[in-house]
Write a protein that binds this ligand. Structure first.
Ligand code: TYD
Length: 194
């Protein structure tokens, strides 16, 4: 089973993803946390480019797709080994971020047609809440961590069902971590019949 956790910067994806892995492990299900950009050579290059304001959305797009294709091979292997895989970001990040950055949506087909996850959560809430979380943790901000950009991204995440024609589970993260994890875990149990 392949589960994706998406959402704007500051929405708590990493914390929630890791807690969901723990909850699954607690009930005897093997689960693994993974994330994009990955730690591969593409992912490392992406981290550098994300701190450089001269990076173009097309350059970023191409590298994110290459990174993701490699990642999908690993994900399939982990699933074959019996693990539930929880990925912190996936193809929806590329659509929302690189299109908001100016990339023509018509050029995103090779990304958008990649495998559809079994469950996709979108964690989101008011931009003010997101921004205050980013400001308390970030030492150096990446190019996408500004108010104007967060507003665009948040609006883009709302439009995903219409753009992708897929089902998404939206969770408002202006709540306690415990409540957020419990809601997401309930949805996983229901969909996976566990
Ligand atoms: P991430 O590691 O999730 O951010 P954080 O710093 O919150 O842990 O992602 C790093 C940045 O990369 C984030 O601003 C979103 C951006 N990104 C894209 O623009 N496109 C993509 O396809 C992905 C996976 C991430």
């Amino acid at each position: 089973m392949f589960i994706v956790i998406e959402g704007p910067d500051g929405s708590g994806k990493t914390t929630i993803s890791k807690l969901l892995v723990e909850r699954l492990n607690d009930i005897g299900i093997k689960a693994r946390y993974t994330s994009e950009p990955t730690a591969s050579h593409y992912g490392k290059r992406l981290r550098e480019m994300l701190s450089d304001s001269s990076s173009t959305p097309k350059e970023l797009y191409d590298l994110f797709v290459l990174d993701r294709i490699e990642h999908l091979k690993e994900i399939s292997e982990w699933e074959k080994g019996g693990e539930v895989v929880i990925s912190d970001r996936y193809k929806y990040s590329t659509y929302c971020y690189q299109v908001s950055h100016g990339l023509d949506p018509a050029l995103t087909e090779d990304n958008n047609s990649l495998r559809t996850p079994d469950i996709t959560f979108i964690l989101t809430t008011d931009v003010d809440v997101l921004l205050s979380r980013i400001e308390t943790r970030a030492l150096s901000k990446e190019i996408y961590e500004t108010r104007g950009f967060l507003e665009k991204i948040t609006a883009m995440y709302e439009r995903l069902p219409e753009i992708f024609g897929e089902e998404f589970s939206y969770i408002d993260v202006d709540d306690t971590i415990d409540n957020i994890v419990s809601k997401a875990f309930g949805i996983i149990k229901e969909k996976a019949s566990i």
